[in-house]
Design a protein around this ligand. Structure first.
Ligand code: FPP
Ligand code: MG
Length: 354
């Protein structure tokens, strides 16, 4: 069987350098969180497996799981969610070591959701590697995602923060509801901008919001600060998903390390397509097959630029939320600001057709 290694694309290398700089104020704890994530995936499951005498042929089951979890652990993403939790704790003046378990759990929930997402999107590449579904098939990819989700919640229950458990579990529900609403709307040319924003609010922004809020909650910050951090996370998440959807048109698989073009091929309406369809007469709109649209069509109607301006709006809103926070740790606050700019810089501006 072929052995795949995580490919370092140009984009991932540049992004990794930029993000290393952004997360510098929490670098030591960040590394600790990554080690914890890896050790939970590499060895954490065995503690449960060894107790499960109902599984026959336990050693071959265990070998397969070891390989699966090792592979998942070797392809990690940008760690934006965990990084945000750690920075938000540090902003409150508390040692971010307090937030390691919550940060790790957020990353696991995110990875689990992507394993499921790739099944839904029929995507074969993720994080520079074959996706879980293309490697092991849809059933095992879904079950692997379920396992990560269960591990994440097990970790959260041990982290002694009922408030974070409530916040994050609520977001996990919203993520599912957002994804279900998206599937339901798939192929429809009548999805409105408001409906699209509602979908990404749930499927993406809600978890970012929780990650930021939990940083504040674990830092025992006052309610207005926790709310301001949550507003930052929410607006950041909205900008992140709008840009991510733009990159689905504008980037290349080899550059981003994931399968792109799935929004269009799956008939998913995103902000640029919604704007593009709105420029047409109702009759022509009804006859437009979303799956046949190309980036050039959207560029001509200014739809890519429209979506980018909306991402800018949310990025600015996230900066405004940070403006409500007084902290002695200006470096961490500056890092959160810099994350908001980073999100816009991911879009290749020359391709928007300005
Ligand atoms: C990426 O969207 C996907 C999400 C943000 C959420 C996916 C959620 C589910 C599949 C529901 C299951 C949820 C849990 C918590 C296990 P995208 O396809 O726009 O992004 P991509 O370009 O990275 O694929
Ligand atoms: Mg996807």
């Amino acid at each position: 069987m072929a052995v795949f290694h995580a490919q370092k694309t140009e984009a991932t290398t540049n992004e990794a350098e930029r993000l290393r700089e952004v997360f510098r104020p929490v670098a030591a704890v960040f590394a600790k969180a990554q080690r914890k994530y890896e050790s939970m995936l590499r060895t954490g499951v065995s503690e449960f497996l060894l107790e499960d005498f109902a599984i026959r042929n336990i050693s071959s089951q265990s070998d397969f799981l070891d390989r699966m979890l090792e592979t998942i652990s070797s392809a990690q993403g940008k760690w934006l969610r965990a990084g945000i939790t750690l920075l938000c704790t540090k902003v409150t003046g508390v040692d971010p070591i307090t937030s390691v378990d919550v940060a790790v759990a957020c990353e696991m929930i995110h990875t689990a959701s992507l394993m499921h997402d790739d099944v839904l999107d029929g995507a074969s590449l993720r994080r520079g590697q074959p996706s879980a579904s293309s490697r092991w098939g849809n059933s095992l990819a879904v079950l692997g995602g379920d396992l990560l989700l269960a591990l994440a919640f097990n970790l959260l229950t041990r982290s002694n923060s009922q408030a974070c458990l409530e916040d994050i579990s609520g977001s996990a529900v919203r993520v599912c509801l957002g994804e279900m609403a998206q599937q339901n709307a798939s192929g429809s040319a009548s999805v409105t901008e408001e409906e699209y924003l509602g979908i990404i609010d749930r499927k993406t922004a809600s978890l970012f919001r929780s990650c930021a809020r939990c940083g504040g909650l674990l830092g025992k910050a006052e309610r207005p600060i926790v709310d301001a951090l949550g507003d930052f996370g929410h607006s950041f998440g909205m900008a992140f998903q709008i840009v991510d959807d733009l990159l689905d048109f504008l980037s290349e698989d080899s550059f981003s390390g994931k399968t792109l073009g799935t929004d269009i091929s799956q008939g998913k309406t995103t902000l640029a397509t919604i704007h593009h369809l709105a420029t047409k007469s109702p009759e022509r709109r009804d006859n437009t097959v979303i799956a046949e649209l190309e980036a050039e069509d959207l560029r001509k109607t200014g739809s890519l630029d429209f979506a980018f301006q909306k991402a800018r709006y949310y990025s600015e809103a996230s900066q405004e939320a940070l403006g409500k926070i007084q902290t002695a740790d200006s470096a961490s606050l500056e890092s959160l600001r810099s994350l908001s700019s980073f999100i816009l810089e991911r879009t290749p501006l020359q391709l928007l057709g300005r």
